[in-house]
Design a protein around this ligand. Structure first.
Ligand SMILES: C[S@@+](CC[C@H](N)C(=O)[O-])C[C@H]1O[C@@H](n2cnc3c(N)ncnc32)[C@H](O)[C@@H]1O
Length: 209
């Protein structure tokens, strides 16, 4: 990715995504996770303290080496075993039906082919497995959306390919999931263009392509 993407951006993500204001959302999205979990876009492991004890192990998928290094303390202090198991959510190195649950937090904005990644997540989930997500994306209000479209080109350049206008729920259902819980809200303390969040749980329907 180059100097900025490899050596600067993971620190920025660690600081910005590590704000206290995000913690209630992390706690909420991790609630109900159990068994073997795959987390795509693991970053610096900011969800690790929120994994419930019912989680047996986590396979972390993260391309940034520095992100994984910044996660070291959280990983070593975790009672849940966490291993770096993959580099790219778009091509997961796991057999079909491997995991009980998947986790994605503020990652679907950045993965270049997010539909490919969601299809991969569905493939590696066991029947009945769930995807827990909290993601920022296209705002519910037209006025905010206009600004998101204006700012998106700059955001993509400074924030490692982060999109502001991805329609999160549509992308998830378009990849063959059924959403069973969904809360759409603006994050407190964040400008609406960056903080239009969708938090929920989706069930992978087998056999849908
Ligand atoms: C905004 S950060 C969020 C990090 C973390 N999920 C969190 O909540 O703090 C987006 C993350 O997606 C990762 N990412 C980018 N492309 C990816 C890909 N193709 N597969 C998996 N993760 C990717 C980035 O390296 C980064 O760590």
């Amino acid at each position: 990715m180059g100097l900025y993407g490899d050596h600067v951006l993971p620190h920025l993500v660690d600081k910005l995504c590590g704000l206290k204001a995000a913690e209630p959302h992390r706690r909420r999205v991790c609630a109900g996770l159990s068994g073997d979990v795959v987390e795509i876009g693991f970053g610096s492991g900011l969800n690790v303290p929120f994994y419930p004890p019912a989680v047996t192990q986590v396979a972390a998928v993260e391309p940034a080496d520095l992100g994984w290094k910044l996660a070291a303390k959280r990983v070593s202090e975790s009672s849940v075993p966490v291993r770096r198991a993959g580099l790219d959510g778009q091509a997961l190195p796991f057999p079909d039906d491997s995991f009980d649950a998947a986790l994605s937090t503020w990652t679907m904005c950045t993965i270049p082919d997010v539909t490919a990644a969601l299809r991969e997540v569905r493939r590696v989930l066991k029947p009945g497995g769930t995807l827990h997500f909290v993601e920022h994306g296209l705002a519910p209000d037209e006025g905010v959306r206009r600004w998101q479209h204006r700012l998106e080109p700059v955001q993509k350049r400074v924030a490692g390919g982060c999109h502001l206008t991805r329609p999160i729920a549509d992308l998830i259902t378009g990849a063959g999931f059924t959403i069973s819980e969904l809360d759409i809200f603006y994050e407190d303390g964040s400008p609406k263009v960056f903080g239009a969040d969708s938090l929920g749980v989706a069930l992978g329907a087998p056999g849908v392509s």
